[in-house]
Design a binder for this molecule. Structure first.
Ligand SMILES: [Zn+2]
Length: 282
């Protein structure tokens, strides 16, 4: 007997629709090759993120320090050329927020990256700063935000349409350090804490390490920066916001992974054609 699709209950149709969408939205994450699912349209999410980024820019003081703006754009240009084929639809934009006490950076889908000036002051050289920007770019290339939205859609297909449109949920993704939520704005705190589980942070570290090496930056500086941040955190007694420990990998875990990946990254760096400039950041 042939039944019209509409005669089936939503309980039957929704899982079916989910399976169809799932099959059509599979992709491999660059570098790691992990299979993932995106049920959201690239152009759609990029447009929403771009609009959101304009709002975030209004919430912060843009840096007027020409040296800092120059170095961030220089690194951004080198890295975005390297990752071109992994993120062909990106319209890269790199901005510096004047926030001397904030050691952080974040990225949004479509290639919108912000770096807080405190992080630039903290980095000892261009390579260290490049390691953070590469980590942020890795979140974009791995489409971690798409994945987060898609997981929400799978869990709650009826609520999916609204969950993508929530602007506040987009901002602040791809944070390098967990404290950025409060710096970007209260609305983003929950999103930043919930969205990026340990696996995605570690994956961004992995991909970012290879990206920086490909762009000609010394991957060993990524490790040095993490060590420096760990020391700073230990000496200041800083503790992350509640819930942070549950979904963010600790320094030792990040360092162990970097150590394991370092020989491969050094090989890429040494075989690369572009040499790092090792600029001392002013
Ligand atoms: Zn991250």
């Amino acid at each position: 007997m042939i039944r019209r699709l509409s005669s089936y209950s939503p309980l039957v149709i929704l899982p079916l629709a989910t399976i169809v969408l799932t099959l059509s939205g599979c992709y491999n994450v660059p570098v790691t090759g992990r299979n993932s699912v995106s049920l959201v349209d690239d152009k759609d999410i990029n447009a929403k993120a771009a609009a959101e980024f304009e709002q975030v820019k209004k919430m912060h003081k843009l840096s007027r320090n020409p040296a800092q703006i120059k170095i961030v754009n220089h690194i951004g240009s080198r890295l975005s050329k390297t990752v071109f084929w992994d993120v062909p639809l990106a319209e890269w934009e790199f901005v510096v927020f004047q926030a001397p006490t904030t050691l952080n950076a974040f990225a949004m889908p479509g290639g919108k990256v912000a770096v807080f000036s405190g992080l630039i002051d903290f980095c000892e050289n261009e390579d260290q700063l490049a390691s953070v920007i590469a980590h942020e770019i890795a979140h974009v290339a791995a489409r971690h935000t798409h994945e987060r939205f898609s997981q929400g859609m799978l869990l709650s297909p009826l609520g999916a349409a609204t969950s993508i449109g929530v602007g506040g949920a987009i901002s602040g993704v791809g944070v390098y350090m967990p404290s950025v939520g409060s710096a970007v704005g209260g609305v983003t705190t929950a999103a930043t804490q919930l969205a990026f589980d340990r696996g995605k942070e570690l994956e961004a570290d992995h991909i970012g390490l290879m990206y920086m090496a490909k762009a000609g930056y010394d991957p060993r500086e990524a490790m040095k920066l993490l060590e420096k941040m760990e020391e700073r955190e230990a000496s200041s007694g800083a503790v992350g916001p509640p819930g942070w420990m549950a979904n963010h990998p600790g320094f030792p875990q990040r360092q162990i992974q970097l150590m394991e990946l370092m020989p491969e990254a050094i090989k890429i760096y040494e075989n690369g054609e572009t040499g790092a400039t090792h600029t001392i950041i002013e």
